[in-house]
Design a protein around this ligand. Structure first.
Ligand code: UDP
Ligand code: MG
Length: 314
């Protein structure tokens, strides 16, 4: 256990090739935070940037009066591992995550804090605006949101929103979950009791390019599936059990109505075939679900690679 956290909030920003956005982001953060009474620290996690992001950050840190830490990872690990590296050093009572690209204005941080003060454990933003293309980003995220929601049983409108606030205890608990942190938000939501959402304005990127595309969503989805597949395989097994059970009952019912009672006169070949296929398919699903559950349990026992490696902290 860590000692009592003394700062109100830690703002954690993953940075990958953002040399153009960093100065504007820093100025904006300074501006909006000076209008609040919170004590805070900025934690920039340089996720193996290949441009001058790290130098730009170090220059800012040298001249700034704000409490800034730069966590340099030893290569590019991805946005979520970078966030986890940030969580591991954060000292705030509340941890805020926000992207470096100003697609969400830092002024929304105080909206998140207003909710946190009402006693929530996790506050997620809901992006509103036309920052992304419908077909490649918004539609797939809609599908992703509803799948994640139904698998972990807690619905959020925007699992992809990068602006979030959570109590530091949640991040501490998350550390026990190893690989499951790879996509931190579903895990945090699973661990949080009281969850709130608040709308945030979402703009287009002003500088630089998105490091994410459709493929990264697919990537996140697979990380989610492998890490939360316990529930998924249980569902598969349940569906298999249900399907084979119903098919079996239909077959029995048919045989009883046809032979002892003679209510059904003619053979119903098609019904019997469907019931048979349903039964075989259901049994296969059931076995697949049980097998999947075994695989997951073995996977959990295997020592995972570290999510991130910190090279240096400034
Ligand atoms: N990012 C990162 N590592 C990566 C890719 C992205 O730390 O491998 C950071 C990036 O600098 C930004 C945030 O994650 O602060 C979100 O990235 P981006 O804006 O490119 O994604 P999008 O907004 O298009 O989803
Ligand atoms: Mg972005």
């Amino acid at each position: 256990m860590k000692t009592e956290n003394s700062i109100d909030l830690s703002i954690i920003i993953p940075v990958y090739n953002e040399e153009e956005s960093i100065p504007a982001l820093y100025n904006r953060l300074k501006e909006v935070m000076s209008e609040t009474a919170y004590s805070f620290e900025l934690i920039f996690v340089d996720d193996g940037s290949k441009d001058n992001s790290l130098q730009v950050l170090r220059e800012i840190k040298e001249t700034s009066a704000i409490n800034i830490r730069i966590v340099q990872l030893n290569r590019n690990f991805g946005q979520h591992p970078a966030l986890n590296a940030g969580f591991s050093v954060a000292e705030g009572k509340v941890l805020i995550t926000i992207d470096a690209d100003l697609q969400i204005d830092p002024r929304h941080i105080s909206d998140m804090m207003d909710k946190m003060k009402q006693g929530y454990d996790f506050v997620s933003g809901i992006r509103r605006g036309k920052g992304d293309s419908f077909l490649l980003r918004r539609f797939p995220s809609l599908v992703l949101n509803s799948m994640i929601g139904s698998i972990i049983g807690k619905k959020l409108q925007d699992y992809g929103c990068p602006l979030n606030a959570m109590r530091s205890e949640i991040a501490e608990t998350m550390r026990e979950y190893g690989e499951m942190q790879r996509f931190f938000k579903p895990l945090a939501i699973k661990l949080a009791d009281r969850i709130a959402e608040t709308e945030v304005k979402y703009d287009r990127r002003l500088t630089g390019q998105s490091k994410y595309g459709f493929l990264n969503l697919v990537d996140l989805f697979f990380d989610f599936v492998t890490n939360f597949s316990k529930h998924l395989f249980q569902r598969v097994a349940m569906i298999g059990f249900g399907l084979s059970g119903i098919s079996f009952l239909v077959e029995i019912l048919y045989l009883v109505l046809r032979f002892p009672f003679g209510i059904i006169q003619n053979p119903l070949d098609r019904l019997q075939a469907i019931a048979l296929i349903g039964f075989v398919f259901g049994v296969q699903l059931l076995i697949l679900g049980i097998l999947g559950d075994f695989v997951i349990k073995i996977y959990r026992k295997i020592d995972p690679k570290p999510l991130y490696i910190i090279k240096k902290i400034w």
